[in-house]
Write a protein that binds this ligand. Structure first.
Ligand code: ATP
Length: 213
């Protein structure tokens, strides 16, 4: 008998914002997840390196999730040297949680490029993928990503509980058009991103002048 699934939300979290946090909450409830782990990546292989330090990004996740038991920081990628590959993260989670279905959460913008990831086909040996509609982000899928979607797609949440990995589930959360890039742009232009992210985190960003040019 499997444990209840956990969600894995990886990202740069540069900084964490209400789009991430609401998404995690909606998923916890919609998919009946025991918890959602927010996993900041150390050196993402596919994008610009984050501006905030690993210490700042993980502290903000800890602060933002402190009063919500279903959300928690998992900083294993920051502890590893070199690039953060999702396949390594899933393998280490699987070793710790042998009977727990893992649901790897990703926006469509991220899924579109999945075939460029290290060992991407093996991701399904460890986890399901939960594919998220994201407002304002459209992306053409690589053909292999479309094929994986056709082959693995399921529409019943229970299937995510009944096996440890291998399926793709599509989910359209209530849309929140918030992104970390927009928050960084506002701060760089000396404008306020207040209410797009938790107040305590914005205060900390302002004190440390993190995203000022
Ligand atoms: P940036 O703007 O710097 O690219 P981001 O806001 O997209 O950052 P990430 O840390 O890269 O944040 O995102 C982590 C994951 O959360 C990705 O899978 C992304 O698609 C998803 N995500 C981020 N913001 C939202 C949102 N507002 N709605 C739905 N999914 C989101």
């Amino acid at each position: 008998m499997n444990q209840s699934p956990i969600g894995i939300l990886g990202g740069t979290f540069d900084p964490i914002h209400n789009g991430h946090l609401r998404l995690a909450m909606e998923l916890a409830s919609e998919l009946r997840l025991a918890q959602v782990r927010l996993i900041p990546n150390g050196r993402p292989p596919h994008r610009d390196q984050p501006i905030a330090t690993p210490g700042q990004r993980s502290k903000w996740i800890r602060v933002a999730t402190a009063s919500e038991p279903r959300l928690r920081l998992d900083d294993r990628e920051l502890m590893r040297k070199g690039h953060s590959y999702t396949i390594d993260t899933l393998a280490s989670l699987r070793a710790e949680l042998p009977d727990t279905p893992l649901c790897l959460i990703m926006g469509r913008d991220v899924f579109a490029h999945l075939p460029s990831w290290q060992a991407w086909k093996q991701l399904f040996d460890y986890a399901h993928i939960v594919l998220i509609e994201r407002p304002g982000m459209s992306a053409d899928y690589a053909p292999e990503a479309t094929q994986a979607l056709e082959k693995r797609r399921i529409d019943d949440v229970q299937a995510l509980h009944d096996s440890l990995g291998g399926h793709i589930y599509n989910y359209a959360p209530p849309p929140l058009a918030i992104s970390a890039s927009r928050i960084r742009e506002l701060l760089a232009a000396d404008e306020s991103p207040r209410y797009l992210l938790p107040a305590a985190i914005l205060d900390d960003i302002m004190d440390a002048k993190v995203y000022r040019p």
